[in-house]
Design a protein around this ligand. Structure first.
Ligand code: GLN
Length: 483
C-alpha cells in the first residue's frame, strides 16, 4: 500500500479498494517503525490524521470526489498548524503551538488531505543538508551516512522512503529542488506569489515560496493544485487564475525549445552528473524537443548576492523572536537586554546566528550601499539574463546540484562550501521564476536531479515536460533499499 503514488491512491479510493482510514493507519505504523532510522518527522499527528481520514471517507461516501480527498500528506514544520507545534526546526519555537492554520494547510485540509505530521527541516530553513535542525540531522534513505539535502530534508526523506506519497516544502534558494535531487524525487518551486506565504514562517520573504515534493510530476501537479491560488492575506500573492495542472501533462513536446546555459558545465560540476544531464537532454530530444545553447552571463554573481539578500531579510524577520511574546525565554533574566541576549543566544543555533549577524551587518548604515544595494543590482541582472533567454527558449535545463548528496558532517566546518552547492538553484529564487527538479540517474548509488526552469506562471509547462520524461524513463520509480 505504501508504494502507491497520490494518483494511484486517488484511483484506489474512488474505486473503494481501500479507505483513507485504512491507508492512514498503514502509513502511521510504517512511520513509527521506520522513521527512527531517518528522523524525518518532528511531530506525528495521529489523532488529527485519523479524524481527517474518517471525515474524508464520509465525504466520499456522500458522493464527493477529488484527487486529494483522503490523501495522506505531511507539512514541513514551518507551515503553521492550528494547535500543533510548529517548530521551524528550532529550539526557539519548540514550545510554539500555532494559533491558526497557514493558508496552504487550510487549503489542503479543505481539499480533504490527511495530515500525518510535521517534517524535520534545517533551522529556520537555513541550510542545504538538514543538519542544522535542533531536532537532529535527517538521514538520506539512499544511504544513511549521507545528507538528504535541505532545508526540506524531512519532507524529502519521508517521501523517498515511502513513508507517505507527498509532502509540502518550501524553497528560498533551492530547498525543494535540492533535496528532491538528493533523494530521487520530483519537486517544484512555483513562481514567487503563486502559493500563499501566509502562515509560512518567514526566512527571506522576497525569496520564500512553498511547493510540492513527490515522486512523480503527476503527483506534484495534484499537490500544487491544492496549494496554489491568490490569497488576500499575503500581500505578495498574485491574483492570476490557477490552471488545471493535470490537464496539460499529456501535451506533446514536439518543437519544445530547451535552452542549455553554457555556464552550467563549468569546472565545479561533477563530470558524472554532466553525463547524466546529457543523457536526459537526448531523451527529451527523442520526444521532439529542440536544444539550443544559451548564456546566463551573470550567474557567477548569484551566490554572493543571495548570501547577502537572504541573511539581510532573515535578520529582519527573525528579530521578532525576542523571548517576550512567544518562543523560548531564558531563565531569570536580570533585565530586558539580558532577556533578549540570552533568549536569542539559547534559542538560535549557530547557522541562524551567523546569518543574523551577516544580515545585520549588510544592512547597517555604513555598509548598506556596498553590500545590500549591490546585491539587489545583481539580482536585477540575474533576472534580465533569464528574460533574454526566455525570448529564445521555452524552458532552461541543467543540473540541480553540482554534486550528489555529501556525507553527514562533511561540510560542517566550512559553511561557504555548502553555500556553493546552491549555484544552480538560487538564480530562480532571485528572479522569482518557477523551477522543478526530477530524477535523472545515479552516481555511486546516490540520486542525481535535472533541473528545469520556465517563465513566470509556466508551472504547467514544467510538469508537462517532467511527466513526458517520466513516461519514457524509470529513474523516478527506483526505491531505496530497506524501504
Ligand atoms: N541553502 C539555501 C540557504 O541556506 C537555501 C535554503 C532554502 O531554500 N530554504 O539559504
Amino acid at each position: 500500500m505504501h508504494q502507491m503514488t497520490l494518483a494511484e491512491i486517488a484511483r484506489g479510493l474512488a474505486d473503494k479498494k481501500f479507505s483513507s482510514e485504512e491507508l492512514t493507519k498503514v502509513l502511521l505504523a510504517r512511520i513509527t517503525q521506520l522513521d527512527p532510522q531517518l528522523n524525518s518527522f518532528i511531530s506525528l499527528t495521529q489523532e488529527l490524521a485519523l479524524e481527517q481520514a474518517k471525515a474524508a471517507d464520509a465525504r466520499r461516501a456522500n458522493g464527493e470526489s477529488g484527487a486529494l480527498l483522503g490523501a495522506p500528506i505531511a507539512h514541513k514544520d514551518l507551515f503553521c498548524t492550528l494547535g500543533i507545534r510548529t517548530s521551524c526546526g528550532s529550539k526557539m519555537l519548540d514550545n510554539f503551538k500555532a494559533p491558526y492554520d497557514a493558508t496552504v494547510v487550510a487549503k489542503l485540509a479543505a481539499a480533504g488531505a490527511v495530515t500525518l505530521g510535521k517534517t524535520n527541516m534545517d533551522e529556520f530553513a537555513m541550510g542545504s543538508a538538514n543538519e542544522s535542525s535542533w531536532y537532529g540531522a535527517v538521514k538520506n534513505p539512499w544511504n544513511l551516512e549521507h545528507v538528504p539535502g535541505g532545508s526540506s530534508g524531512g519532507s524529502a526523506a519521508a517521501v523517498a522512503a515511502r513513508l507517505l506519497p507527498a509532502a509540502t516544502a518550501t524553497d528560498t534558494g533551492g530547498s525543494i529542488r535540492q533535496p528532491a535531487a538528493f533523494t530521487n524525487l520530483t519537486g517544484l518551486k512555483p513562481t514567487y506569489g503563486r502559493v500563499s506565504r501566509w502562515g509560512m514562517i518567514a526566512y527571506a520573504s522576497s525569496l520564500d515560496q512553498g511547493g510540492p515534493l513527490a515522486r512523480t510530476a503527476e503527483d506534484c501537479a495534484i499537490l500544487l493544485q491544492g496549494m496554489a491560488g491568490f490569497d488576500q492575506n499575503d500581500s505578495t500573492s498574485i491574483d492570476e487564475p490557477v490552471p488545471d495542472y493535470s490537464a496539460s501533462l499529456g501535451d506533446s513536446l514536439q518543437g519544445l525549445r530547451i535552452g542549455v546555459p553554457k555556464e552550467y558545465f563549468s569546472a565545479g560540476l561533477d563530470p558524472r552528473i554532466a553525463e547524466l544531464i546529457q543523457n536526459s537532454i537526448q531523451e527529451l530530444q527523442k520526444l521532439g524537443a529542440v536544444i539550443k545553447e544559451i548564456s546566463l552571463p551573470n550567474m557567477q554573481h548569484a551566490i554572493p548576492a543571495y548570501y547577502v539578500i537572504a541573511p539581510a531579510e532573515a535578520s529582519s524577520n527573525l528579530s521578532r523572536f525576542d523571548g517576550v511574546r512567544f518562543g523560548h525565554r531564558c531563565e531569570n533574566p536580570e533585565n530586558l537586554i539580558d532577556l533578549y541576549k540570552r533568549s536569542r543566544g539559547e534559542g538560535f543555533g549557530t547557522e541562524v546566528q551567523r546569518r543574523i549577524m551577516v544580515g545585520a551587518y549588510a544592512l547597517s548604515a555604513g555598509y548598506y550601499d556596498a553590500y545590500y544595494l549591490k546585491a539587489q543590482k545583481i539580482r536585477r541582472l540575474v533576472k534580465s539574463d533569464f528574460m533574454a533567454a526566455f525570448n529564445e527558449v521555452d524552458i532552461i535545463l541543467g543540473p540541480t546540484t553540482p554534486n550528489p548528496a555529501w556525507k553527514l558532517g562533511a561540510k560542517n566546518s566550512d559553511p561557504v562550501a555548502a553555500y556553493l552547492e546552491d549555484v544552480y538553484t538560487i538564480t530562480a529564487n532571485l528572479a522569482g521564476l518557477p523551477g522543478l527538479s526530477m530524477p535523472a540517474g545515479f552516481v555511486d548509488g546516490l540520486p542525481v536531479g535535472v533541473q528545469l526552469l520556465a517563465p513566470y506562471f509556466q508551472e504547467g509547462r514544467l510538469l508537462n515536460v517532467a511527466h513526458q520524461y517520466q513516461l519514457h524513463t524509470d529513474w523516478h520509480t527506483r526505491t531505496p533499499q530497506g524501504f
